[in-house]
Design a protein around this ligand. Structure first.
Ligand code: SAH
Ligand code: SF4
Ligand code: F3S
Length: 599
């Protein structure tokens, strides 16, 4: 198997050897100066120096060396002297994406697609039609990686089946699992052609061309500054009225259980200006809801120099009482709540959400911005992970149970209607029955409106892997997970049923999965609301261009049923986000006579 060496190692080795030979020549000439040379020698030396200055640089050495192909930066097209720009083109080859993991991967796929579209690739939704298959992978738990291995197995069959009409089918494993396992992916599964980490997506067109020669290609170099800020992601589903925007990459928190700092590298924020440009672009295409993404959105800092708005340049982060970090707080720059405000101001009719924030970075300023903008949704994700302070310390979360509960109290004081969601892990190293009970009691006390619940899965490289023992049996982890689920279901159902009778603003997203005669959308608190797809009678003339409800419409909905998963309701009238929130502020009572005739 010809394996082209990972860019960083190869670069180091090659650079070192060529650099060494130049260096030796310099040393020789310097020594000769000390020996008081003859004028002829001096002139040879000057000529050599000139040659060195005006002569070929490192890149030119590589130009004639086909070996060097794997490290030259493809960010600027003219820096790829060894591959004709034309040969980087896909010439209409079809790419199929299968996306696993979190929303960051969804957005990354849109970045990859934007890059490939520029190189004349086409997208296909049909795996059998594909010339290139990309698995955009996750490494957060073992089960996430198992799914990919299984998928790769099934792709072997597909490759065999298509060997006649698609002899050059390429399979790429990209994203977090690629970064975690690196060349091990190629060693373990011979059907993979490309392995690309989350900071190397710009290299994909080049790697695809290289793989045509039958080489296996890998670039898993992490970056300190890659934010793909200059790439306008192209949404996979252009019709969707919702969109994700990455505002930062990586994570510096180093929670002891988590692999993300290893798969996504150091935390870095994308400049405000580039984010605002993307928001404006999405809004101009009719997007009505934007979710700002990052592993730690509220640690966002735009430290770029062109932030001339000095009134907004902030002081170092002062963490609330009871919260600590493992890294030095960043100084200056624009903070998350500045960004949030700027994004919310772009269009008051566009909803703004964000995920995931970390509980340690919720200054009151941030909560006040959320409170004062009707289009910033009043739903907050506060990943707790555990309800026990000793476990939280072992997890290195940077807060105690008490500090977390104080934060919840403060959030609810400033944002009374807020819906809180969370993440919890059970069965972390050394978790006793008593410690786990604290998690259950926290769930009971806070009454979250939704949560992601996980059994702990030990990941190599993490601090927990080095320091602790994964000593809670699978059986106990499973039992605890069931207990968490039951506790959640009970409270969520109660919470949801308490909303029956309310009139809520719902943004329609499309048909319900179960029935084409129903529509589904989400309320401000991010809950799914199912309504009958009625021919709605508009109450205001400016909306009467279309009688049928459609994705992107805001509708006032009378909630009349609920369970632990969804709310159900009757649509009352089409409206605007601003009108609806004004009517709430002024306490207008909606009369039943405003209901459509057919409800
Ligand atoms: N940055 C986000 C989390 C990203 S990972 C945050 O801090 O909220 C999403 C969730 O996966 C985490 O919140 C955690 O609950 C869970 N998780 C992370 N590592 C895990 C592991 N090793 N085993 C089980 N769950 C894990
Ligand atoms: Fe992982 Fe913790 Fe970073 Fe979230 S904050 S990505 S859990 S290290
Ligand atoms: Fe998974 Fe990477 Fe997201 S590990 S959860 S895809 S950041």
């Amino acid at each position: 198997m010809a394996l082209s060496i990972s860019r960083c190692n190869f670069k180091k080795k090659l650079t070192r050897s060529i650099y060494c030979s130049l260096f030796q020549k310099n040393v020789q000439s310097d020594t000769s100066t000390q020996n008081k040379q003859e004028p002829a020698v001096d002139s040879i030396k000057t000529t050599f120096r000139k040659k060195l200055m005006n002569g070929p640089n490192l890149r030119n050495f590589f130009k004639s060396e086909s070996l060097a192909v794997d490290w030259i930066d493809v960010r600027k097209e003219n820096e790829v002297p060894y591959i004709e720009p034309k040969s980087l083109l896909g010439n209409g080859r079809k790419v199929y994406f299968e996306v696993y993991g979190c929303q960051m991967n969804v957005n990354d796929t849109e970045v990859i697609w934007s890059i490939l579209e520029n190189y004349d690739y086409e997208q296909t939704k049909e795996i059998n039609d594909a010339d290139v298959i990309f698995l955009v992978t996750c490494a957060i738990r073992e089960s996430a990686e198992e799914k990919i291995w299984n998928k790769l197995k099934s792709l072997k069959g597909l490759r065999k089946k298509r060997s006649k009409d698609k002899p050059h089918l390429k399979i790429g494993v990209v994203g977090c699992m690629a970064e975690r396992l690196k060349e091990k992916v190629l060693e373990q599964d011979q059907s993979v052609d490309l392995v690309v980490g989350p900071d190397a997506y710009r290299d994909i067109p080049k790697l695809l061309v290289l793989s045509e020669t039958g080489q296996k290609c890998i670039n898993v170099m992490l970056s300190y500054d890659e934010t793909y800020a200059d790439i306008m992601p192209v949404r996979l589903n252009q019709d969707s009225v919702t969109a994700y925007i990455s505002i930062m990459r990586g994570c510096d928190n180093m929670c002891t259980y988590c692999i993300v700092p290893w798969t996504r590298g150091k935390e870095r924020s994308r400049p405000v200006s580039s984010i605002l440009k993307e928001v404006e672009n999405l809004v101009s295409k009719g997007v009505k809801e934007i979710t700002l993404l990052g592993q730690n959105v509220n640690s966002y800092r735009d430290l770029s120099e062109n932030n001339s708005d000095t009134s907004l340049v902030s002081q170092p982060t002062s963490l609330s009482k009871g919260f600590t970090t493992v890294y030095k707080p960043k100084l200056g720059g624009l903070r998350f709540y500045h960004l949030l405000e700027k994004v919310a101001n772009i269009d008051p009719e566009v909803r703004i959400r964000f995920t995931s924030p970390h509980p340690k970075d919720f200054p009151d300023e941030c909560l006040h911005v959320i409170q004062s903008y009707p289009n910033i949704c009043k739903s907050l994700h506060l990943p707790a992970q555990s309800g026990n302070s000793a476990v939280l310390e072992r997890m290195r979360r940077g807060y105690t149970r008490e500090a977390y509960l104080e934060l919840v109290e403060n959030v609810r004081k400033i944002l009374p209607s807020v819906a809180l969601t969370s993440d919890f892990i059970c069965g972390f190293c050394g978790e006793t029955e008593e410690e786990f009970k604290d998690t259950l009691s926290l769930i009971e006390e806070v009454k979250f409106s939704m949560a992601y619940l996980f059994m702990y899965s030990m990941r190599e490289k993490t601090t927990a892997h080095r320091r602790f023992k994964d000593d809670v049996s699978h059986h106990i982890k499973h039992k605890r997970l069931e207990q968490m689920i039951a506790m959640f279901r009970y409270h969520v159902e109660k919470r949801n049923r308490a909303q029956i009778g309310q009139i809520q603003l719902v943004l329609i997203e499309g048909f319900s999965k179960r029935s084409k005669s129903n529509l589904v959308g989400r309320n401000d608190q991010n809950l799914n609301v199912v309504i009958p797809g009625l021919d709605l009678v508009p109450t205001k003339c400016e909306y009467n261009d279309c009688r049928l409800l459609k994705p992107g419409d805001y509708v006032a909905v009378h909630i009349n049923d609920a369970n632990s998963q969804i709310l159900k309701g009757i649509p009352l009238y089409r409206t605007k986000l601003t009108d609806f929130s004004n009517s709430q502020v002024h306490g207008e009572v909606l009369r039943l006579r405003e209901l459509p005739l057919n409800s």
